[in-house]
Design a protein around this ligand. Structure first.
Ligand code: ZN
Length: 132
């Protein structure tokens, strides 16, 4: 697993993630599958924490995401989740989670989306590049 920088995705994929996030009062979570650092498709996962301030991805969904990526010849290039009531900045728990999943993290909030990666134990912002 590597952190993608910049994270590249289409405006329509970003809008789809925003719609998914705004439709739920709980945090939504999923992987972005793609090639290189270009996200092509979202794989939503169940948040078994059913919480508006944290997520816990269903482990079966994590396995399914890996299997689908392998079957399609894609890579898991980013983890996304939402902050329904907060800014698109990582919580202390998110920073801990980045150590387990050292990939780019996309956080979707009502104010917009921002991407992050772990750098020397801290969250560093990653540019999002909108592509056609
Ligand atoms: Zn978070």
């Amino acid at each position: 697993m590597k952190a993608c920088e910049p994270l590249r995705l289409s405006r329509s994929l970003l809008e789809a993630l925003s719609r998914e996030a705004s439709a739920s009062k709980h945090e939504v979570v999923g992987f972005l599958l793609g090639v290189g650092c270009r996200a092509l498709v979202a794989f939503p996962m169940e948040n078994v924490a059913s919480s508006s301030v944290e997520f816990l991805a269903n482990p079966l969904d994590v396995v399914a995401a890996h299997n689908l990526a392998e079957a399609l010849g894609l890579e898991l290039i980013a983890l996304y989740h939402s902050h329904p009531f907060g800014p698109a900045a990582p919580s202390p728990k998110d920073v801990e989670g980045m150590k387990w999943w050292p990939m780019t993290w996309l956080i979707v909030s009502a104010q917009g989306a921002r991407a992050w990666r772990l750098a020397e134990g801290k969250a560093a912002e990653v540019p999002i590049e909108l592509v056609a």
